[in-house]
Design a protein around this ligand. Sequence first.
Ligand SMILES: Cc1cc2nc3c(=O)[nH]c(=O)nc-3n(C[C@H](O)[C@H](O)[C@H](O)COP(=O)(O)OP(=O)(O)OC[C@H]3O[C@@H](n4cnc5c(N)ncnc54)[C@H](O)[C@@H]3O)c2cc1C
Length: 289
Amino acid sequence: MQPHAFGYARATSVAEAVRLLRKNGDRAKILAGGQSLIPLMKLRLANPEFLIDIGGISELSALREDGEGLSIGAMVRDREFEHAELVKTRYPILGDVVKGLGDPQVRNLGTVGGSLAHADPAGDWGAALLALDAHLTLTGPRGERQVPIDEFFKDTFATALHPDEILTEIRLPAPVPHSGSAYQKLKRKTGDFATVSASARLALNPGGAIVEARLGLGAVGPTAIRAPRAEAFLAGKSPDEATFAEAGRLASQESSPVPDLHGSAEYKRAMVAVMVRRALETAAARARS
Ligand SMILES: Cc1cc2nc3c(=O)[nH]c(=O)nc-3n(C[C@H](O)[C@H](O)[C@H](O)COP(=O)(O)OP(=O)(O)OC[C@H]3O[C@@H](n4cnc5c(N)ncnc54)[C@H](O)[C@@H]3O)c2cc1C
């Protein structure tokens, strides 16, 4: 099938994109990497009359670290996390994410901002960035506002973005000493979306006990979700096998998967426990290294 006819403009600045979005209202959609939007348009499940391409706005493609942490422009493509030295040395969890995301063609075009704005509960970025306490910058006609990722996902394919706003930046806090994070994804085969995914960030004290834990889960709820009971359980514990197994069990109780082609709800719940445990083990190993 082919999409309905649509108008197209390539914005050269965020201000121009916001102006076009405001002018065209509900008829318009932002085009980032097109890896979710274009397939939906071809199936005529999305029928925007006007596309505003933000691929030419250079300020949205910057990936840089400053004193406060990592700044990811909304148009940074997935592939950029595969080989960046900054990712390998400081934020290896981002490398975990793209290793299992789609295929090389998808990663060449897909963007972090597009994935978050699309808000697929099985999307890799949402589940991973929940554990990292990301803060998102949303820019609209009234200026910029910051939204913690905990408040961004409202429902399946629904976010805190107003219709005239663009997600422009994702900020991650700088890793504190003795901390580590990791992402684990269970999928049926290469290129598939997650059957279940889990992310973990751990901070240890100098004695080796867990000071703080954050967990993100993907594909097991209407949105990517946290696992607050498992997180609270981890605080103050020793980062060992028994602790991680119990945290996985608690997280699986906090998940609400639905059965589908990927597996039954029971199977997915069992896999939450495994993915959480593995993510915690890798996060702890990175925190100690
Ligand atoms: C074969 C295939 C396999 C895939 N596998 C995976 C996978 O394993 N894991 C995974 O997570 N994803 C997967 N995807 C989806 C892929 O990651 C998409 O790139 C992503 O979901 C959307 O990003 P995009 O840049 O392509 O956004 P687009 O498709 O351009 O946009 C998606 C939606 O977000 C809106 N939008 C985009 N950017 C912004 C912005 N900055 N501000 C406001 N709104 C915006 C658009 O208007 C649209 O509604 C796959 C896709 C394909 C085609």
